[in-house]
Design a binder for this molecule. Sequence first.
Ligand code: ADP
Length: 836
Amino acid sequence: MAVTIRAQVNPEICRYPLGMTGGQIQDEDITASSQWSESTAARFGRLDFDTGDGDGAWCPDIMSEPDGFTEYLQVDLRSLHFITLVGTQGRHADGMGNEFAQRYRIKYSRDGSSWVGWHDRTGKQVIEGNRNTYDAVLKDLEPPIIARFVRFMPVTDPSMIVCMRVELYGCEWLDGLVSYNIPDGHQMIYRGLEIFFNDSVYDGATAQRLTKGLGQLTDGTWGLDDFLHSHVPGVWPGYDYVGWSNKTFPKGYVEMIFDFDHIRNFTSMKVHCSNMFSRGVRQFRQATCYFRSESEWESDPVSFRPAAEPPSQSARFVTMPLGDRTARSIKCRFHFSDQWMLFSEVAFQSGSAVYNTSLGPNKDGRSKKTLLGDDPTHKVDDSNTRILIGCLVAIIAILSAIIVTILWRQVWQKMLEKASRRWLDDELTARLAVQTQAFYFLNSSLSSEDGSTSTYERIYPPRADYQEPSRLIRKLPEFAECTEHIESGASCRAAISSDVAPHYAEADIISLQESSDNSSITAVSINLFAGSDSTLREFPREKLTFKEKLGEGQFGEVHLCEAVGMQDILDDDLSVEGGGESPFLVAVKMLREDANKNARNDFLKEIRIMSRLRDPNIVSLLAVCVDTDPLCMITEYMENGDLNQFLCSLRQKADREEGNDEVSYMKLLGMAVQIASGMKYLSSLNFVHRDLATRNCLVGKNDTIKIADFGMSRNLYRGDYFRIQGRAVLPIRWMSWESILLGKFTMASDVWAFGVTLWEILTLCEEQPYSQLSDEQVIENTGEFFRNQGKQVCLPKPQRCPERIYNDLMLSCWRRNANERPSFQEIHTQLTESMA
Ligand code: ADP
């Protein structure tokens, strides 16, 4: 019996969302290799879901795998599915997000243990992903995959942050076929033309026979009448078919074994065959199938002969009844009736599972599920009553969800309002944790005076006059009211000594959990250079000669050293300060000997981040000494030290020599342009610095400015940000309101910090930003940004700053809405143009 209708799974119709967006896929079925934080866990990786209670997407911990490329988001569909399409999206999070995967790969598995990397018909594995944080990008899987588990693996430089939201589209794989075992196809020469009948998309083992996989016989694409042509553009002749010549089969038949997910009751098998008898190709003459439920093949096979020799040469489905035999494996012998036998598709019907090509899998857009190892009597029920009830239940559920959401929002808004006001009234303490709710201001009764075990520490002394937020503006007329751009005529007050107001809001942080053990550290250091793209080299420590101490950082001392032979190991294209000079001077940052494991790990992570950054305005890491202790990173030496000190000394010099034009506005603008350029580079990599300030920029010869200090950036989103022992610092005067209140660090919060840095430059670091405000008042002002009732204040216009730069650029960096702040690209252009 020859059937010419489409009874096989149809990839054009089988394109239903499988439940990431719709919620049919449960949270527990979405897992990941790692996550930045609880708020970017796997369950937030649902396409078109925005923030919810998380940060709006799944984001892997880029530091957990030294070589990148291996982080994944895994979806368990609970049963085999035919997947034709995938969709990805970045992390938008109401404009706070800035991360997306430009490229990714797919891996899949049918049993959860053996995994296959998907590739297209040309062998390409990498799929082009997103270009922004919000658009969903859909990609057809050609060939489609049959799988229960699917992994999305962002392809990225390991030091860059990526986040993904995903959806899978397809339908349930009702055949239940998990693998077929066949001899691979042969090559035919037809009138001098080479025709390949191999199974080119087989995903199992390909030794003498093809085993443990699926391929072209189940890809849903059946061959054309003329096997020289194909539906698929740009492929070789014979592409659609797997075919065999009778010469290699002395017994006159080809044996194939089909394995299924569980024992099924088989009604029929359909084989799509070519029948071009003018070229020696015919449908099979006879098929004999054996059945196996346990370990032995049953002795009574089912045999079948297609009724009559069909007169036409068109390709066809031949349907073979299987007599409701029960089996988990079927072995069929297809007998040649001519020189060649070509198959393009094999399908099975078992129980009452039938593809319904017009209706699709299910009314709710998701296919029905058959659990692996489940009851084999799987039924597809299209009863109208059931559908109607289903629809009604769905409508009721949606309505209830809408009502609950509205109520919840109202409650939540009220709570936020109350909470933010309470912060201002209470005696404040801060609990430092960079997660979604990064800051909790708690009553100081929680703080421990000796700082021994508590994670809370008093950072603000209670003050009597600290009750009425709106007094900020009255008290401090020299600040600009951001909303109205009030310009200050008054010059800045003398800086409050840093003894009185610390440079940062400081808090003693107790080492919370010394959880990582030595083995993990060793792994990091061993794998540090495993990535083939790494340009980092180990430098022989004995070739470093100490010259002087440059400073002291959070990890330990920074020394100026002479490095013999450094020149020889550097790439020619690397623009390095001091390059070409002899002796070659370098800055060597050393990890202090008593550093704990976490600090050591963090030091290695900073090395990894820096090793991948290359830009004229980013400090270059030249080499490392990590074979033995103490760990060292060797960076280019910036002979004029950090920009803060540099500007201070410029100012003092100018004060001494009145009329000194060294501090021209153009010179200062030139510095800002360089910082903007470095930040533009970082933003092109989707990289958030988190601690941009003049103190973290270094000055080389001829006023070259380079951004340094990636100590903060390494921990984006990490809940364990403050685990390192010692004094953790928070640059609140440089931080955007959303970074302080919500723990959101994005490119837009870097832009905020750039505005403050620009302000520092144009005031020659004469005073600390908001120097008249205590730390608690700075946070109070942050609360005003949050409430947005026009009471927030911004830094005043520096004397040297033209009106236009202040109004159009500086203030725009401090816009409340992160989306409305300019990008570094725009800042760079604007500053460059204003220099012309
Ligand atoms: P950390 O960020 O770990 O606190 P830093 O990198 O800021 O430490 O280094 C501390 C000080 O050492 C800086 O303020 C600066 O004066 C000096 N320093 C660091 N790196 C260099 C360098 N590459 N060239 C010149 N001076 C440097």
